[in-house]
Design a binder for this molecule. Sequence first.
Ligand code: ADP
Ligand code: MG
Length: 312
Amino acid sequence: MNEFELIERYFRRDGGDGVLLGIGDDGAVLEAPPGRDLVVVADTQVADVHFPGDMAAADIGWRSVAVNLSDIAAMGATPAWMTLALTLPSVDEGWLDGFAGGLHEIAAAFGVALVGGDTTRGPTPVITVQIIGHAPRDSILTRSGGCPGDRVYVSGTVGDAAAGLAAWRAGERDGALVDRLRRPAPRVVLGQRVAGLASAAIDVSDGLAADLSHILEASGCGACLEVAALPLSAALRAGTTPDAARRHALGGGDDYELCVTVPPHNDTEFRAAADAAEVAVTAIGVLEAEPGLRLEEAGSVTPLADSGYRHF
Ligand code: ADP
Ligand code: MG
């Protein structure tokens, strides 16, 4: 199978809102909805860096799109189109079937059309997805709008994917924690609903503490988190020691929840918006004028050293 047959067979799907020209030419031609600005994100997944190399191909396809949708969610945008740059050591039809299946499944679920890409041979699987979305100019969520006094919220539960990775490394291949790692659920609807109410937002990809620190730097303030308030799943509590659960919740990556800050006057409306999105949100702390991140635990407050995954 050559590269063009591969694209036809696994990736070409016709249609999509605003797609004037899709796969097959030198470039795609897209029409943005009137009055909306484009929001563009891209994320690369490298085998054995971002996902275990022996993960099922369908899960790799799903994740490659999900991590990008999570960035779109953190901007409060609506996803619309994507491109796929795929590097593979060889053409393995069974793997490609699975990969394309997972990728098209989540793309369809979120209304994203695959409009182009690139296909190359290389020593290890590398998958780069780019998603283009759109949003009204006045309600785009950024990292920089937080103010002292705003409450810090996180969606869902944190620490599950990191515990899932530890379980995977210990040989487990299913269960709630491993599922969080395999098939993250990006909080796209929540992001859209709370845009205009939250002052700042980020998705939790590198770990809650590290990602919240990006909001703090961009917003020019600090925060204090209440450790006892962190939302932990029943699976995490049951599957790890309290100490490991705390460590995964604060420092573990790959949860793809949203961490948002909310001004007090928007609090009630924010909670109603999260309800409407059918996503649980938990208040875990407050923004403060003093820079840095602090943890309140058992009645005492301690500064938290830098954490989170770094490639370099
Ligand atoms: P070019 O040589 O002009 O860059 P290619 O031969 O790489 O074009 O690709 C042919 C068409 O197939 C283009 O429209 C491109 O966007 C699309 N394409 C290539 N690889 C993929 C892929 N993995 N997924 C989706 N579309 C792809
Ligand atoms: Mg060309």
